[in-house]
Design a protein around this ligand. Structure first.
Ligand SMILES: NC(=O)c1ccc[n+]([C@@H]2O[C@H](COP(=O)([O-])OP(=O)(O)OC[C@H]3O[C@@H](n4cnc5c(N)ncnc54)[C@H](O)[C@@H]3O)[C@@H](O)[C@H]2O)c1
Ligand SMILES: O=C(O)CC[C@@H](O)C(=O)O
Length: 527
């Protein structure tokens, strides 16, 4: 088997390349390329490891014909077009915790730098001014810190600020009262943060809800003398308004690590008083960079080599331990999804995936992803487990998952049902001891068959002589039958036949089969 190949396209700790190699991947480290250069090269790679410089645009993704995974050594993935990557079936991962402490510490450093105006005092002291009278600071002890966003980084900032004897209040719509109590902070609304806090720090991602969250209006209505720190994302604050309010003195100080446009080479803020900034250094410590480099390479190699999925933003997680256990189930699930997709006709708007016995104990998300991948193949050749749920949603398919505790006839069972205009149609399968997937039921009829290669599905009347007639027809057309699987609803009633063929049956052979006495329907299947 050829080794998966990864490209590290942004400056990253060398441990990342080492881990890729140790875990069985080839790796190239090529940083600083233009988008055109990256576009020309990306087709060779299965994995792309990035920080914030590489912009993974639709153009890059269209050229990335072999790409399976993008790994962000860090948290923010605003430089990756995730919906487009999902549509292309590419997993996008980040490393959500590796640089959190470091970034929280940077926010605390910014608070202290603002409180005592350290950067300006440093510059002017070095210039020989000794400007002692110009730098009257404030204590942070007893002051109120208002967090906007209390996730990983916000919570760490809260714990450090409590250690500095600040009172901490937070606005985060997803923060529960219990978690707030656990953190020792007070959950409040955004207006309360802005009217009560002496210092405000931002720790949210940039989304449609958070963009410009500190708008001109909110800044103008904030407590006079407020100091603001942003080590999260540019775009959260109206920078022109902030510059005006620093100049008027309404905002007493602001410290930004991130800007709306980066690299920020010019900004109205650069000339504003009491403004300090750093060039997106929040994650820049040796410790954090080693953490995120190791973690991203481990996660990506795990996916490329073992199929394990950790910290993916567009796919459910699947541990390296679970991956081998789930592999045969996913093969079964994909075949059942594919079978039902090939057999059920019309506008299918509902699919349900039931798991019974041993299958009910497993992580259901990857199984559902695999069913959908098989099922959605009726609409797209490029569908896989990553993009199938997105395609399904796009098409308005209602997907339900059911886990049964009951014991059934099989040790383990997956059943897939679609709602058709003629009512529900379901197929079910199990795993044999060796892990081999087997169909055990098709549209209410018990049958045992391997779903593999070229197959023919025939619905017929259960009458003597039928099997011989079909066998003769295949023989006359020079088609070798691999397996012959039969099932019937009741003796003499409706029966089904699943043939595996050594070659694909042509339209002509299918037309001949449809004319065989007793045949009600014939469909060619491919697995
Ligand atoms: N400066 C840097 O170098 C650097 C380094 C690491 C992370 N970051 C950035 O810091 C930010 C926070 O990272 P994190 O790891 O704490 O993320 P997180 O996902 O753990 O926390 C984000 C928090 O924001 C909250 N949130 C979402 N929408 C909100 C809204 N409308 N109003 C208020 N709160 C809202 C969420 O509920 C969540 O608790 C991210 O934008 C990340 O990209 C920057
Ligand atoms: O890689 C960096 O230096 C910045 C990372 C940071 O913005 C993040 O979101 O993790």
């Amino acid at each position: 088997m050829t080794k998966p190949k990864a490209l590290i396209s942004d400056k990253m700790d060398p441990n990342a390349a080492r881990i890729f190699e140790e875990r069985g991947c080839d790796v190239d480290v090529i940083t600083g390329e233009t988008p055109e250069e990256l576009k020309a090269r990306i087709g060779e790679y299965h994995g792309l490891a990035i920080r914030s410089s590489t912009k993974v645009t639709p153009e890059i993704l269209d050229a990335a014909t072999n790409l399976k995974v993008i790994g962000r050594a860090g948290i923010g993935v605003d430089n990756v077009d995730i919906p487009y990557a999902s549509g292309k079936g590419v997993v996008v991962m980040n490393t959500p915790f590796g640089n959190s402490i470091t970034t929280a510490e940077h926010a605390i450093a910014m608070i202290m730098a603002l409180a005592r105006q350290i950067p300006d005092a440093n510059v002017r002291t070095k210039a020989g001014e000794w400007p002692k009278k110009d730098f009257m600071g404030v204590e942070v002890t007893g002051k109120t810190l208002g967090l906007i966003g209390a996730g990983n980084i916000g919570s760490i900032v809260a714990s450090r600020a409590l250690g500095l004897k600040m009172k901490v209040i937070a606005y985060d719509p997803f923060l529960t009262e219990d978690r707030a109590v656990e953190l020792g902070i007070e959950k409040v609304d955004l207006d309360a943060v802005l009217s009560r806090a002496d210092f405000v720090t931002l720790h949210t991602p940039l989304t449609d809800q958070t963009r410009n969250i500190l708008s001109r209006e909110r800044l103008e209505n904030a407590k006079p003398g407020i100091r603001i720190v942003n080590c999260a994302r540019g775009g959260l604050i109206d920078e022109a308004a902030l510059a005006d309010l620093l100049t008027s003195g309404h905002v007493a100080g602001a410290a930004l690590d991130v800007f709306q446009t980066e690299p920020a080479k010019e900004s109205p803020l650069f000339d504003a008083p009491n403004f300090i900034c750093t060039p997106h250094l929040g994650a820049s410590t040796t410790e954090a960079q080693v953490n995120v480099a190791l973690q991203v390479a481990e996660q990506m190699a795990d996916y490329l080599v073992n199929g394990g999925v950790t910290n993916a933003l567009n796919m459910p997680s699947l541990s390296a331990e679970e991956a081998p256990k789930l592999k045969p189930y996913m093969a079964l699930a994909e075949k059942l999804g594919s079978l039902v997709g090939q057999l059920a006709h019309g506008n299918l708007t509902k699919i349900s995936i039931e798991r019974e016995g041993a299958a009910s104990e497993l992580n259901g998300k990857p199984i559902t992803g695999a069913v959908l991948a098989g099922f959605m193949r009726r609409y797209s050749d490029t569908v896989n487990m990553v993009n199938a749920p997105y395609l399904a949603k796009e098409r308005g398919l209602d997907v339900s998952e059911v886990r049964h505790d009951r014991d059934g006839a099989y040790n383990t069972l997956i059943r897939v049902t679609v709602e058709t205009s003629a009512g529900p149609r379901s197929v079910a399968g199990t795993l044999f001891g060796s892990g081999a997937p087997r169909l055990v039921e098709i549209f209410g009829i018990g049958i045992e068959a391997e779903l593999d290669g070229h197959m023919l599905y025939v619905v017929n009347d259960d009458k003597p002589g039928f099997i011989g007639r079909i066998g003769t027809l295949m023989g006359e057309n020079g088609i070798n039958i691999g397996t012959f699987n039969l099932g019937r609803r009741d003796a003499g009633g409706e029966a089904v036949l699943l043939l595996s063929l050594d070659e694909k049956a042509s339209d002509d052979v299918i037309a001949q089969a449809e004319k065989v006495e007793g045949v009600k329907m014939v469909t060619a299947l491919e697995f």
